[in-house]
Design a protein around this ligand. Sequence first.
Ligand code: HPA
Length: 248
Amino acid sequence: MLAIIGGHGLTELANLEITHRQVMRTPYGEPSGAFLFGTLDQHEVIFLARHGYGHIIPPHLVNYRANLWALREQGVSKVVSIATVGGIRADLTPGTIVVPDQIIDYTHGRDATFYDTRDAVYTNANFTLPYCPKLREHILRSAKAVQQPCVDGGVYAATQGPRLDSIAEVNRYERDGADMVGMTGMPETALAMELDMKYAIIAVVVNHAAGRGDNQQGVSVERVNAVASVAMERVRSILGCVVSGDGD
Ligand code: HPA
């Protein structure tokens, strides 16, 4: 079963035929909101809005562990995550859709592992390739099939938020090799890996990162929302194709 975690600008999927909603509980607390069970183009999916419905939970307070744990409990083996980012690399301009292939974690203080007790029998998750190569390929092929340009690969810098970045911070992320910056990539990516789920991100560039392009003094929320809402229509069309193949 495939799940879609929607981010900022994607709290619903217009073409999702909802069969039922269910509030989940986990040993880690409650997920961001009720799971929506349904079909997208006749294919079963579960949808969850990462920030809750109505965009209320900020990135640093999302219960990433509960979200992923509950999805796995429902038999989810693949997760396509939608996330908005600021573009650092020159070609990642607002409106661009990109499927990252690497991530750097700058977050702190988040519950970042399921192995959180001293007596836990733990394994060191293999994070060499943080994103499932087959699922990434499948997303990229799906985007091509619906004629939506999509950039293949890039390094996602995951920051703590909820504030945006200073120019010096973005300069540092760039020196570190990052191409885009967002607030929700971690610990979600690592937790999915710990649970052996296939996981990939469709990142939507909604603004230039600080000090890049027209972002010399900050970004306008209205502009970000406008870019997100246009791009999310394109993401919906890609998702329609993603669910129709299993990507294996
Ligand atoms: N920085 C961090 N997170 C973001 C940004 C940004 O510029 N845009 C969207 N999420």
